[in-house]
Ligand binder design. Structure first.
Ligand SMILES: C[S@@+](CC[C@H](N)C(=O)[O-])C[C@H]1O[C@@H](n2cnc3c(N)ncnc32)[C@H](O)[C@@H]1O
Length: 270
């Protein structure tokens, strides 16, 4: 089954995901480490932005990283090779038709993937089936409704709403972060813990101003300009005003906040 995917597979998207991964590594991954000898299934690895961090931080765990895009996988493999990783195997696979036997992994990792799926609950249930009893799943997702900023701007909020709506029309959910707890419980995971990871950006943190507010969040919203205008969601000048106002938050007196949600759950017997 192929999924419509709002962010696309273009070079700019690859660059955005890499900037995002580089800037947010500690915030998202500092508490993730896999024991020596354990097997980890990463689904929707994309261009390997998270893979390189995960596999580099757990060098004695064995990763199987899958994606539905052969093009992204090729780039992920190049990145893993450049990083000198020998503990990752990449494989072309669809979450909904995984080619592995049940209960074959100790851990599962999913980042920024459920937001693009029309059936996230079903995907989680499939991933639970891939886990051995006692295994864990880690899921990281954003939530575009968590963006707030200074100076506030109705135009900026309208531009963000266009991204949320375009993702909804593509079958996804850009507000999924807030739903991780019910989704994990609903798909049968135990001991579920969700922690919000707040990115706070002001001009005293120039790396985040550039790497997150500009190159990650605003670039992502800008990416739907054409499709949102063609869909009649917004007038081009209003969208452009919103983008201008998002960039305005990167000036000396600007502030930008966004929350990611990280969920960990276990597969208990029964
Ligand atoms: C936003 S990217 C995230 C990539 C990576 N996890 C990261 O955090 O940088 C979403 C990825 O999910 C993949 N994807 C979407 N639907 C999929 C499916 N049904 N099966 C496998 N991968 C899928 C896309 O090809 C894309 O690479």
């Amino acid at each position: 089954m192929s999924q419509t995917y709002v962010h696309g597979y273009h070079a700019r998207e690859n660059e955005r995901l890499q900037d995002q991964a580089g800037t947010l590594v500690d915030l998202l991954h500092s508490d993730t480490a896999y024991p020596a000898g354990s097997t980890v299934l990463e689904v929707g690895c994309g261009v390997g932005a998270q893979t390189v961090t995960l596999a580099g931080r757990s060098p004695d765990a064995r990763f199987t990283s899958v994606d539905i895009s052969a093009h992204s996988l090729a780039e992920a493999k190049r990145r893993a090779d450049r990083a000198g990783l020998t503990n990752v195997e990449f494989q072309l696979a669809n979450i909904f038709e995984l080619p592995f036997t049940a209960e074959s992994f100790d851990h599962v990792f999913v980042c920024f993937v459920l937001e693009h799926l029309s059936r996230p609950l079903e995907a989680l249930a499939i991933l639970k089936n891939q886990l051995k009893v006692g295994g864990t799943i880690t899921v990281i997702e954003g939530d575009h409704g968590s963006a707030y900023f200074h100076p506030d701007s109705a135009a900026a909020r309208a531009a963000i709403d266009c991204l949320v709506e375009m993702q909804r029309r593509a079958g996804g959910n850009a507000l999924i972060g807030r739903e991780l707890y019910p989704l994990m419980i609903g798909s049968g995971f135990d001991a579920v813990r969700v922690s919000p990871r707040v990115v706070y950006v002001d001009s005293s943190r120039p790396d985040l101003v550039d790497g997150f507010t500009r190159k990650t969040f605003t670039a992502m919203v800008e990416g739907v300009r054409e499709s949102a205008v063609v869909a009649g969601l917004i007038e081009p000048q209003n969208f452009d005003e919103g983008i201008h106002d998002l960039y305005r938050t990167t000036e000396m007196d600007g502030v930008f906040c966004y929350t990611f949600f990280k969920a960990v759950g276990e597969k208990k017997p029964g």
